[in-house]
Design a protein around this ligand. Structure first.
Ligand SMILES: [Fe+2]
Ligand SMILES: [Fe+2]
Length: 134
């Protein structure tokens, strides 16, 4: 499960990079940019949804002391969804520069979030290993 979360993070990093590259004038029509963003939006929603309904509940069943940290991650997910909505609206009204700006901010914030989750997952692995050797 840890491996899967980390793989999904890297896939999302690539989708962020592709979309921002296209927005930054790396070629591509408005339609192609919107398609790239749509792919990112879908992948992100499926990742956030899986963490909330599957990965995190599995973790806190195993280690209830992680619950507060996981709840904080879920609060961040709600913020990310807000930004994604905002970007979609900006693209729709053709405000591509503003959309790029908000997406860049989201990429930074999301990157920090991913690192926070990965740190938590590594300490979780450690707790499980320690538990097994006790
Ligand atoms: Fe997350
Ligand atoms: Fe995540």
């Amino acid at each position: 499960m840890v491996r899967k979360i980390i793989d999904e993070h890297r896939a999302l990093d690539r989708l962020f990079a592709t979309t921002l590259e296209m927005l930054g004038g790396g070629g591509g029509s408005k339609r192609q940019i919107e398609d790239a963003f749509e792919e990112l939006r879908k992948a992100m929603e499926s990742h956030l949804g899986a963490e909330e309904t599957l990965y995190f509940p599995t973790i806190w069943d195993l280690l209830p002391e992680f619950k507060d940290r996981l709840r904080a991650f879920i609060r961040a997910h709600h913020r990310f969804r807000g930004h994604v909505q905002e970007i979609a609206g900006l693209m729709e009204s053709d405000e591509m520069e503003e959309a790029t700006y908000v997406l860049e901010g989201l990429r930074l914030e999301f990157g920090r979030h991913e690192r926070g989750e990965e740190d938590a997952l590594r300490s979780l692995d450690q707790e499980i290993l320690d538990g097994e050797t006790k």
